[in-house]
Design a protein around this ligand. Structure first.
Ligand code: ADP
Length: 218
């Protein structure tokens, strides 16, 4: 896909069970934000189709979907959103959850993403993450959350994946959040940071803000 524009983008990183989906879902309700969870895009593909079947082959084993397929499906998803005007590069900020998930994906998506912030949701307590996944399995009927072995495999591979992916980005973009708290407090920490980010963008875009305040602007 050739794109002439880059999307202003915020990335959500965090191990399975860290609450990326919960936070992304809430933040995605903001008018300027479009939340895309790579896992959700995969799960919404019909299971009877060729792509859906191929995806389940990997996700049910706790393995990553190959990069080619991941990027292809994601780009198609973005095109559809743009065609429907649900995603407008000049208006929206993309909130990406679960993508990129390795260095190669970060490299391949770089021509489309202007990453302005990375939230890294950290859960120190592995048992807590596992508990969250177990309750999600019941709530959402997710195959990949039902098998303890698959859960463990995903939790173990997460750290290597993240360290590798983060190497692609400027460390100053990364904002760590303690995600062991209740979702409300995690959300508060993210929102506080977003407010700072938003304010600095506004100030940068309006160099005459001080004159305005003094009433010097005609
Ligand atoms: P989790 O955070 O628990 O891994 P997700 O909903 O993000 O849940 O992803 C579910 C599954 O979809 C992953 O275990 C993996 O198999 C696949 N997947 C999601 N995102 C990607 C990606 N960017 N690249 C490859 N596979 C992915």
């Amino acid at each position: 896909m050739s794109t002439l524009h880059k999307y202003r983008t915020i990335l959500l990183f965090g191990m399975p069970g860290s609450g990326k989906g919960t936070q992304g879902g809430v933040l995605g309700q903001l008018p300027d934000m479009v939340h895309i969870s790579c896992g959700d895009v995969f799960r919404k593909l019909p299971k009877y189709g060729a792509l859906g079947k191929e995806i389940v082959h990997y996700t049910s084993r706790g393995e990553l979907v190959p990069d080619d397929l991941t990027v292809r499906i994601w780009e198609r998803h973005i095109q559809i959103l743009e065609m429907q005007e649900l995603l407008l590069p000049e208006k929206h900020t993309l909130l990406l959850d679960g993508l990129p998930r390795n260095f190669d994906q970060a490299e391949r998506l770089d021509h489309m993403l202007d990453v302005v912030q990375i939230f890294y949701l950290i859960v120190d307590d592995l048992e807590k993450a596992r508990d969250r996944l177990r309750s999600r399995a019941l709530r959402e009927n997710r195959l990949d959350d039902m098998n303890e072995e698959v859960i463990l495999k995903r939790l173990k591979s997460f750290e290597d994946e993240t360290i590798e992916t983060l190497k692609f980005y400027d460390p100053s973009l990364v904002f760590k959040i303690n995600a062991s708290h209740e979702p409300l407090f995690v959300l508060r920490d993210i929102v506080n940071r977003l407010a700072v980010l938003q304010t600095s963008v506004r100030i940068a875009a309006r160099p005459f803000a001080y004159q305005e305040a003094d009433g010097d602007v005609d």
